[in-house]
Design a protein around this ligand. Structure first.
Ligand SMILES: [Cu+2]
Length: 473
């Protein structure tokens, strides 16, 4: 159960300011410098308690990386941790060598070493970055940040543009990170490591300033290890304009709000309906109760925006449309986990029993009978080939399946499921949520050469077997 601590309003203003200040200086050659390091954060409303975290430039979340579609960005990562790490730029159709997957696309950055990531994002939208080495631990300790790619169509359409980075921390009463659960095979075989403290932008109660009448863009990002979240704005007409970075036709959000599986993003827009002094609650409702996670606070002043009643128009990116008539059809069957434990499976090329997989190798889940990264690619595609993937969730748990380097269409779901609305039919996504026993068909053009991971973004499931890769030649 989610026993989130509830706190009274009134907050840690000073630290909150520091956490949102950019720490980097732009220069022509190197746009950003990011250093993962040990740091401290105030995650509990009782501001006297600090949490020892790992954080980019000491901040949770890390600095917002803001760049432009079609323009090269270079980011130097200086590893100040005592552990090897990498950075993965989640959702970017990136050059394979820059994808940041330890063991597949690069060797991890050793303590004290530097690595420069250089890429030209082809798509505008809301993305994020995080380690791809022992991700289940490094992300849970605070390593994540927002990556915004600006397009040309956004200019002047929004008065405010706020990332809302949601995380689900598992903390002790004294504020320290709950260490014992990090390799809990119970958690790994169930939903993953769930937390007990919800933060937005690293704060127990985020407060974002708005002015009545303004048009505000909110970029929700679920960075939690395993928790499926659901967000809405209290008493405000809100529209969805993008999923996983890619624009969709503007769609009014129903009362259920928007469901976000781990790693998914949603861009919402609203014209602030309120008066000076009003507080608009940001609600998290995945547990079917309305938890206040933060507020939009109506400040003084007058909205200056003149086009606020016009429809929002985000330009579509150039993600290629799958050609279904020529598609190659493949199946990915997910198995294992609590209640349906593996009886056998292949691990690093060797067939073994379920008990040996679990006790010797901490492998509890499998894709097509293989636990963990296979030596051979799941499939090799010709560049430009359309791949139709039938994802069969034969487990008793939901999963959040992420494809690297590509965005895909969702063709069908056999359970309708998870409060996903019709809007998903118009989306290109990089991460898809499957309910227990659900089958989902996706399709994409394998257009980006290289070796690409495909895994469950419930990070304990990934660590315990739900990971594979494919190759585009
Ligand atoms: Cu999973």
């Amino acid at each position: 159960m989610f026993t989130r601590r509830r706190f009274l309003a009134g907050s840690s203003g000073v630290l909150a300011m520091a956490a949102s200040a950019p720490l980097f200086a732009a220069s022509e050659k190197l746009s950003y410098k990011i250093a993962p390091m040990a740091s401290k954060a105030v995650l509990l409303e009782d501001g006297g308690k600090q949490t020892a975290v790992w954080a980019y430039n000491g901040l949770v979340p890390g600095p917002v990386v803001r760049t432009k579609k079609g323009e090269e960005v270079s980011i130097e990562v200086f590893n100040q941790l005592e552990h090897p790490t990498t950075i993965h730029w989640h959702g970017i159709r990136i050059d394979n060598a820059m994808d940041g997957v330890a063991g597949l696309t690069q060797v991890p950055i050793q303590p004290g070493e530097r690595f420069v990531y250089r890429f030209t994002p082809p798509d505008a939208g809301t993305y994020w970055y995080h380690p791809h080495n022992k991700t289940w631990e490094q992300l849970a300790r605070g390593l994540y940040g927002t990556l915004i790619v600006e397009g040309d169509a956004e200019e002047g359409q929004f008065d405010r543009d706020y990332p809302i980075v949601a995380d689900d921390w598992r903390l002790e009463n004294d504020g320290s990170i709950h260490e014992a659960s990090f390799q809990s095979m119970h958690d790994w075989s169930h939903e993953g490591r769930l937390g007990n403290v919800l933060t937005l932008n690293g704060k127990p109660y985020e407060r974002l300033e708005v002015i009545a009448g303004e048009r505000v863009r909110l970029r929700f990002i679920n960075t939690s290890n395993a928790r499926i979240m659901r967000f809405s704005l209290a008493n405000q007409e809100t529209s969805l304009i993008a999923l996983d970075g890619q624009p969709i036709p503007e769609t009014k959000l129903g009362g259920d709000g928007i469901t976000l599986a781990p790693a998914q993003r949603a861009d919402l827009v609203l014209d602030i309906n309120g008066r000076e002094g009003d507080e608009i609650a940001i609600l998290e409702t995945s547990n079917n109760d309305r938890l206040v996670a933060g507020y939009l606070v109506c400040g003084q002043g007058k909205a200056t925006h003149s086009s606020a009643k016009l429809p929002v128009t985000l330009k579509n990116n150039s993600v290629p449309e799958p050609e279904l008539s020529n598609a190659r059809v493949l199946e990915l069957e997910m198995s294992g986990g609590a209640m349906r434990f593996l009886t056998s499976g292949i691990y690093k090329g060797q067939k073994m029993g379920g008990r040996e997989l679990a006790t010797k190798h901490q492998q509890l889940w499998a894709f097509n009978g293989v636990a963990g990264m296979p030596e051979q690619a799941f499939f090799s595609a010709r560049r430009g080939e359309t791949i139709k993937l039938k994802l069969l969730n034969e487990t008793a748990w939901p999963h959040s399946i992420h494809l690297h380097g590509h965005h895909f269409r969702i063709l069908s779901r056999d359970r309708g499921s998870v409060a996903m609305g019709d809007y998903e039919k118009h989306a290109f996504r990089d991460t898809v949520l499957l309910e227990r026993d659900e089958t989902v068909e996706i399709a994409f053009v394998a257009e980006n050469p290289g070796k690409w991971m495909m895994h469950c973004h419930m990070l304990e499931h990934q660590a315990a077997g739900m990971a594979t890769w494919f190759e585009v030649l």
